[in-house]
Design a protein. Structure first.
Length: 80
């Protein structure tokens, strides 16, 4: 089966499970909906503060490392 190239797969799955829209996450992070859309598609980076705000306000109790797994993977790759 072909692997999809969806950015932030775990985050998007949780968005669907919890009925959280991009607009909701944008409000939590204090950015516009279009800016959040660009961040979720990795056209622009998500900063640490935004990630924490999204998790605490939209996905309380979720693990930031799981939701933003691709960012953690990028960090590990750049150390190699």
């Amino acid at each position: 089966m072909a692997r999809t190239n969806i950015a932030f797969e775990n985050l998007r799955a949780e968005m669907a499970r919890n009925n959280i829209a991009i607009k909701d996450m944008a409000e939590a992070a204090g950015v516009t909906r279009d800016t959040m859309s660009n961040k979720l598609s990795r056209k622009t980076p998500i900063n640490l503060n935004e990630a924490f705000l999204i998790v605490t306000r939209c996905f309380p109790g979720s693990d930031i490392w799981v939701l933003f797994k691709e960012l953690a993977d990028d960090t590990q790759t750049s150390k190699a």
